[in-house]
Design a protein around this ligand. Structure first.
Ligand SMILES: [Fe+2]
Ligand SMILES: [Fe+2]
Length: 370
């Protein structure tokens, strides 16, 4: 029962929860679960002390790109957008509609999470390099979040971003954890969007919503955000050595596993695009792992049979957990505890699988060529 194909709709509903009203959509964005995007805060004084002089040449080229702002006119809907929404959205089945809404809400939450974090750092530091960078990245993320919100408003499910900012819980991460996690989520964001864009470029008949036409230029923003964190980490090489390599392995696995389990709650969405969730996720892992060689001295062996089996097992356990929760009572509690323990055990086994070693390249930046 491991694969996408065997996930039935009841289980999917259990995992993603139906959205029927704007209140549901807002509640979903506020809720923190193991799988949902979070909001972060960090140690601003430590952020203020960052020094990027050792990567100055590459940094300045990147800052010029931000300044050039080649996407300043990109996040605007054209007349065709509205037309496509009007014709295509009524054709979605109720299950597919739920998966698509879940996709929009979680994407918006993670775009907005970046926006808030970058903005808070900007406001709380004086370091001119980092302050400038945060200003540009917050600018981009705010456009991204706003653009997705317009599509939710088409369903009358707009998210109140001010309210979300005030009510969602914040997780504190030391700067180094912010770097590992945010670098990965930016690069994975790029890999996800470009994989969808390329697929729908090949199969335009499967483009069931116009927002996907925006993904190519959009994901170049995410790619550049990732480049920024790559440069910051390479400018502080102790973050990439010794005991910190264990943290890098942890974040790689946590980010990959979360994405994998979450994506397997949306089999219809991927099927509509002509993918299987598993195949889509491994393509995203492959691209992300290739890019991350610019900064991480290790990469996960995503083709190791133990890795593949462990990821599938996490999906099974997540379904078992949701079913036990719904069952309730003592048996439900036992079921939840057993599946949670199973997930920790499986995660631990995945963590100790052999990894591949990389030598870091002298030129840090890479081009978004996927
Ligand atoms: Fe973004
Ligand atoms: Fe981003």
């Amino acid at each position: 029962m491991t694969t996408t194909a065997s996930l039935d709709f009841d289980h999917v509903e259990l995992l993603i929860g139906n959205v029927e009203s704007a209140a549901d959509a807002n509640a979903k964005a506020v809720r923190n679960t193991v799988l949902s995007p979070r909001f972060y805060t960090t140690d601003f004084a430590a952020m203020d002390r960052l020094n990027i002089e050792s990567v100055r040449a590459e940094w300045d080229v990147m800052m010029k790109e931000y300044e050039g702002d080649n996407n300043h006119d990109h996040f605007q809907r054209d007349a065709q957008f509205a037309e496509e929404v009007k014709t295509l959205m009524p054709q979605l089945s109720p299950e597919m509609r739920q998966e698509f809404l879940d996709f929009l809400i979680s994407s918006l939450t993670s775009e907005f999470s970046g926006c808030i974090l970058y903005n808070e750092i900007r406001k709380n530091i004086d370091n001119p390099d980092i302050k400038q960078l945060m200003t540009y990245m917050a600018r981009d993320e705010s456009r991204h979040a706003g653009f997705i919100n317009q599509s939710l408003k088409d369903f009358d499910l707009g998210i109140d971003l001010g309210q979300l900012k005030r009510t969602k819980a914040y997780t504190f991460f030391k700067p180094k954890y912010i770097f590992y996690a945010t670098y990965l989520s930016e690069k994975i964001g790029y890999a996800r969007y470009i994989t969808i864009f390329r697929q729908l470029e090949r199969h335009p008949d499967k483009r069931f919503h116009p927002i996907f036409r925006w993904f190519e230029r959009w994901c170049n923003d995410e790619f550049r955000h990732g480049e920024s964190f790559a440069l910051i980490m390479r400018a502080h090489p102790h973050l990439l050595r010794g005991g910190n390599v264990l943290w890098i392995r942890f974040f790689l696995l946590a980010v990959y596993a979360t994405m994998y389990v979450r994506d397997h709650t949306r089999p219809l969405l991927h099927e509509a695009m002509g993918f299987k969730s598993t195949e889509y996720d491994y393509e995203v892992f492959r691209i992300t792992s290739e890019i991350a060689r610019q900064v991480f001295p290790v990469e996960l062996d995503i083709d190791h049979p133990g890795f593949r089996a462990g990821m599938s097992r996490l999906v099974e356990l997540s379904i078992a957990h949701a079913k036990a929760k719904e069952r309730g009572g003592v048996l439900g509690l036992i079921g939840q505890a057993t599946s949670a323990l199973g997930a920790v055990w499986t995660f631990g086994r995945l963590y100790f699988l052999p990894v591949k070693r990389n030598t870091l390249p002298s030129q840090i930046r890479v081009q978004p060529a996927w």
